[in-house]
Ligand binder design. Structure first.
Ligand code: TRP
Length: 446
């Protein structure tokens, strides 16, 4: 069975809460036990420095998150579990990728763009308060992923763009340094979008999130857990009056911690007018039953940071068995080489200037399509299906002769030539990339 590598990073900037548990930790640990999967979980502490500049908090959060994953059943000998900052190859790879990453692409990263938009609204300088770390966030994340040849990266929708960027940088690097020597250094990762994992409501009914300050810490002591659950906002329906399960934080939380059957029973109790006090009591006992054994392990681990440190160092040794040899290959590929090695200067076979290329192919449905690969090897356009290779070829010829001016891009719809839809941009390329590629082709043809 082919092995799929799944990789997830957890930024060490907070204390794990029930939402993290149900939405990320619990499903990730379950996935790590499936056959045919190699799981990589790491503490993204370099990423934490972008947001948190309180050293004690970074350290504390790293300890808490490591202890949480271990307490929840992560088996460090069955997976790769490490701390990002223990792998010096990651910042090293970040630099190599930085040198192939388009600045224009980074300008479009959501987190950076949002910061710029906020500044504009406030009438500030575009980059006021924006660190270069925030700007470079996607490159560091790409290094995390590409370093370990991950196939699949489970992420929320907000992170999909980052995976696309990792593909873009990886493809550029492969093209630039791999193709001339017949190698492909990086696997291009796919985002596995987690739409059906639980997002839990917090104390105020909005999504449980640190930024709303409405979280229930995963390992709050029993008494505190009870207090927090009793503070969840409800409507004011009296005991004996039927209650709505829809939109009820109490019900949603209960459901995340029970079987379908038990959730149905709980819904019945709502109909029958259970009091909020009783409902909260039931919810508390339900969550505590799942969490209590793990809480015990968590507390034991938190009391023994030496053990956690040792586990992480072991993890780093295991991860570097992959990272160190790859990094050596990459250094060589880019020309950071031992000078005693014979210097082979690429024979003046006049370094062919790379050009964008149209490629025709047959898709899985047996229909004819083409794509446009830009001069750096990245796919930027995919056509619709055509009935024959001649039809596809005809459109390519027209695009080439019309150049960028003949193409119209309708946001969210596609690309048009003479009012005919012929294809779509491939994320994360924008129209500017397409125009540039078509311009190059037009100049070549001229
Ligand atoms: N950006 C991720 C987050 O904020 C954390 C992260 C860092 C990550 N590097 C990664 C996730 C690599 C997946 C793969 O949640």
């Amino acid at each position: 069975m082919p092995v799929t590598r799944v990789l997830t990073g957890i930024t060490t900037s907070g204390t794990p809460h029930l939402g993290n548990y149900a939405g990320a930790i619990r499903p990730a640990i379950a996935a790590s036990l499936r056959p045919g999967v190699e799981s990589f979980y790491f503490l993204a502490d370099y990423h934490a420095l972008i947001k948190v500049q309180d050293p004690a908090r970074v350290q504390r959060s790293t300890l808490e998150i490591a202890a949480s994953w271990l307490a929840c059943g992560l088996q460090p000998d069955k997976v790769w579990f490490y701390r990002q900052s223990d792998i010096p190859e990651i910042p090293e790879l970040t630099w190599l990728l930085t040198c192939v990453a388009g600045k224009g692409l980074l300008n479009r990263a959501h987190a950076y763009k949002a910061a710029v938009d906020r500044n504009r609204e406030a009438g500030e300088d575009d980059d006021a308060g924006v660190s270069a770390g925030l700007f470079m966030y996607p490159v560091l994340m790409a290094a995390d992923i590409l370093m370990f040849q991950a196939h699949s990266v489970p992420v929320g929708r907000d992170q999909v763009q980052h995976i696309e960027m990792a593909r873009d940088f990886g493809a550029r690097f492969n093209h630039l340094y791999g193709e001339p020597v017949g190698k492909s250094f990086f696997v291009l990762p796919e985002a596995a979008i987690e739409d059906n994992v639980a997002t839990l409501p917090g104390l105020d009914g909005r999504k449980m999130s640190k930024s709303y300050d409405n979280t229930i810490p995963l390992f709050a002591p029993r008494a505190e857990l009870r207090k927090l659950i009793f503070s969840i906002v409800t409507d004011s329906r009296a005991p004996g009056v039927a209650k709505d399960t829809k939109g009820s934080a109490i019900f949603e939380l209960y459901r995340a911690f029970s079987t379908r059957y038990d959730a149905e029973q709980f819904a019945r109790a709502f109909e029958e007018g259970i009091s909020w006090g009783e409902a909260k009591e039931a919810l508390f006992e339900r969550i505590d039953a799942e969490v209590a054994p793990m809480r015990e392990k968590y507390e034991a681990l938190m009391a023994k940071p030496i053990e956690i440190e040792a586990i992480l160092r072991e993890g780093a040794i295991k991860a570097r068995k992959i990272a160190t040899p790859l990094m050596a290959e990459l250094r060589h590929a880019v020309g950071l080489r031992d000078l005693r090695e014979q210097v082979v200067v690429a024979k003046a076979a006049k370094a062919k200037v790379a050009m964008p290329q149209f490629k025709q192919y047959r898709d899985d449905a047996g229909r004819f399509r083409f794509k446009l690969i830009d001069e750096s090897g990245v796919e930027i356009l995919e056509s619709i299906q055509f009935a024959s290779p001649r039809d596809a070829g005809g459109v390519i010829a027209k695009i080439r002769s019309e150049g960028p001016a003949g193409i119209e891009h309708k946001e969210g719809v596609g690309l048009f030539l003479e009012n005919q839809l012929f294809g779509n941009l491939v994320a994360p390329a924008g129209v500017d990339r397409l125009s540039k590629a078509l311009q190059l082709l037009a100049e070549e043809g001229a």
